[in-house]
Ligand binder design. Structure first.
Ligand SMILES: [Zn+2]
Length: 286
C-alpha cells in the first residue's frame, strides 16, 4: 500500500461513507508511478483540475512503466485536440487482443458461424470480454478524468484478488476525456475562478465545439468527431459494455438505466440487463 497517498485519500474525503474498501487505499509499486507524479498531489485533490494533456501524460507514463497498459490515439476533435484510449489487462490478454477481437467479431455476427451453437461454444470459451469506460463527455461534470487516472493505476498495479481477477479476465478500455475541447475550456474557467475570488465566473456557453449538453445524444445524428471516435473504438474492440460516466450535483448518482420507462422497441433482455447492472452497482447484489 502507498501509505502517503492513502493518507491523503482519507484526509481529503469529506465523509468516510464516500469511501469503500475497494478505493480507500492506493496500491504501491516500485516501478509504476501514481497520479501524484504528474499532478503534484493525489487524483481528485482539492483545488486541482488538470487539463486533458496532463491526464494523457499520466496514462502514457503508465504505459511506459507497465506492460499491462497500452495507450493509443483514437482520433481528434473538431479543434484538433487528441483523444486517447488506454487498454489495461494482464500482458497475455493484451498480446492476444487482436485474435480475441476476431473471435468476438464472429460472436457479434453469428451468421459468420452459421448460427451454430457448437461453433460458438469454443469461441466463447477462448474469448474474454472488453469493458469500455468513457469519462467527461459533459465538460462541466469534472470528476471522471482524475477518477479514471486512479482507476487505471489500481488496475495496473494492485495485487488484491478482486483487481487480479478483473485484470486476468477482461480488457478494460478507458477514454478518460471524451469532450476534450470542452474540458480544456472548463479548466480555463476553473483557473480563472480560482484567480478571481468573489467575482462571478463566466459560464461555458458551449460545453464543447458549438455543442452543449446534447453531445451525448449525438449517437443518433453522428455529427461530432467525439461520437465517431468513441463509436469506432467501441466497434474496433467489439466491447460488450460501454460505460459512460456522468455526474449529478446533489446526489451519489449511479446509473440511469436501472430505472424505466424504456422505449417499447428496445429488446426486453437488454432492458433487463440494464436493471441488473443498476442493482449490482448500487447494492452490490442482484
Ligand atoms: Zn452528463
Amino acid at each position: 500500500m502507498d501509505q502517503e497517498y492513502t493518507k491523503k485519500i482519507h484526509d481529503y474525503t469529506t465523509d468516510p461513507s464516500f469511501l469503500s474498501p475497494v478505493i480507500d487505499y492506493l496500491p504501491a509499486s516500485k516501478t509504476v508511478p501514481t497520479p501524484e507524479k504528474v499532478l503534484g498531489d493525489v487524483s481528485g485533490a482539492p483545488n486541482m483540475l488538470p487539463y486533458a494533456g496532463d491526464v494523457y501524460k499520466y496514462f502514457r507514463l503508465l504505459a511506459a512503466s507497465s506492460p499491462r497498459v497500452q495507450v493509443f490515439t483514437n482520433g481528434h476533435t473538431e479543434e484538433g485536440r487528441e483523444m486517447i484510449a488506454a487498454a489495461i489487462a494482464d500482458e497475455s490478454l493484451l498480446k492476444g487482443a487482436k485474435e480475441n477481437g476476431e473471435r468476438l467479431a464472429q460472436l457479434v455476427d453469428p451468421r459468420t458461424i452459421g448460427l451454430d451453437d457448437t461453433k460458438a461454444k469454443p469461441l466463447i470459451d477462448a474469448s474474454y470480454p472488453v469493458y469500455y469506460i468513457t469519462g467527461t463527455i459533459h465538460s462541466t461534470e469534472t470528476g471522471a478524468p482524475t477518477a479514471l487516472m486512479e482507476l487505471a493505476c489500481r488496475l495496473a498495479v494492485d495485487d488484491s484478488p478482486y483487481i487480479k481477477y478483473i485484470r486476468s479476465h477482461m480488457i478494460v478500455l478507458i477514454t478518460p476525456v471524451v469532450e476534450v475541447d470542452g474540458r480544456d475550456r472548463m479548466v480555463d474557467i476553473y483557473k480563472w475562478h480560482r484567480a478571481n475570488p468573489g467575482k462571478e465566473w463566466p459560464r461555458l456557453v458551449y460545453w464543447g465545439h458549438y455543442v452543449a449538453h446534447d453531445n451525448n445524444r449525438d449517437a443518433m445524428g453522428m455529427t461530432l468527431d467525439l461520437t465517431s471516435n468513441v463509436l469506432n473504438t467501441y466497434l474496433d474492440w467489439h466491447a460488450q459494455v460501454l460505460h459512460d460516466l456522468h455526474e449529478s450535483v446533489p446526489f451519489l448518482y449511479d446509473n440511469t438505466v436501472g430505472d424505466g420507462p424504456y422505449n417499447a422497441w428496445i429488446d426486453p433482455i437488454l432492458a433487463g440487463e440494464w436493471e441488473e447492472l443498476g442493482w449490482l452497482e448500487t447494492y452490490g447484489t442482484k
